[in-house]
Ligand binder design. Sequence first.
Ligand SMILES: *Cc1c(COP(=O)(O)O)cnc(C)c1O
Length: 436
Amino acid sequence: MREHGGGRDTEASSRLYESACRVIPGGVNSPVRAFGGVGGTPRFIAEAHGARVIDADGVEYVDYVGSWGVMLLGHDHPVVREAIADALRHGTSFGAPTAAEVALAERIVSLVPSIDQVRLVNSGTEATMSAIRLARGVTGAPGVVKFRGGYHGHGDAFLVEAGSGAATLGVPSSPGVTPGAAADTLIAEFNDLESVTACFDAAGHGVACVIVEPVAGNMGCVPPRSGFLEGLRSICDDRGALLVFDEVMTGFRVALGGAQERYGVTPDLTTLGKIVGGGLPVGAYGGRSDLMRHVSPDGPVYQAGTLSGNPLATAAGLATLGILEADEELYARVERLAERLGSGLESAAGSTGVDACWNGVGSMGSLFLTGGPVVDWATAVACDRDRFARFFHGMLNRGVYLAPSPFEAWFVSAAHTEDDIDLTIEAAEAVMRSLT
Ligand SMILES: *Cc1c(COP(=O)(O)O)cnc(C)c1O
């Protein structure tokens, strides 16, 4: 692996970034790509194969972003590529039902324990917005309980942060979100069941659902405490609310059947995205038939999409799930790699005297630059962000592409090798040495 001096190898990316900033807000089509949390020039990616991405300057990196968790099989998998190419020959969009949509729905229903019926959409954001509309439509209650530091896409109801106190009614965290849209969102603390019951007690007009990332992935990776998901299940049952697992990140990632399979807790509704589209835009929401029957045109809860079930996206998703289902060793193998990475990073931190802890579940994990343990948002934000920025750039200069924020998960793919992992650990040890 080459060593890259800061700036020497970023000429093309810098030029593109400058042009991009003139015509795209912040130069990017999704905010975290802009390197705002770490500074410097975002790398413009030219191509990606297997576990590697190559930027516009021709510099190659071992990739742990994996399109934010999408690429469990690695980039440019030949079977997925062929499936897309096959579909392409038949036309790219019909706005009418197709056989492939039925096949993808059947596969999702057979793999995800809680899903009897599923509706395909185009992104994780669409899936979560639709799922809470359905929960509100079914229960007639307006309240939605979410967790501080949990991310469910950019729907208005989710762009909310609490004031002081565990069960404070939501106030918007973005201009453009009206107080009305935020008022029915209640904020609880991850891994804290008492804060959830406090939200129920504080909700004036009833709670439609609790929505949770069963393994938090958007405050960095934070696993559920033993009993936490079970506790959510019984609180929802006692109070007549629905439990929504947002498995956009964990679905097909922490197990073939998602976190609900791994932890044995069954939600009422599940949202999917990322891996389910095999690198093309697909989201989905599903659950028990008696709930899903409320969705139009069967029922009155409206939800639609011109490109939903798009033939190219459906083909990529089907091919991906097919490989995941057929390769019985895949999850265990990728998980072992992630464990090797996590324990290697922790011992590198130990030997260099850097405060750090690794949280990992399956093939996702995060290195927090704090002594830990990290169990919720408050303990996650205790990490040293300036130190992370230096760590991030040190790794980038050594050819390792991490998410440009301390509050994101790292993703290991089936295309990573033990050598990739060991090179990453070596790079991390060298960078950590320079941090202290
Ligand atoms: C990525 C993500 C979303 C949003 O999905 P998009 O496809 O980016 O709209 C929602 N929930 C979780 C848990 C996610 O990780």
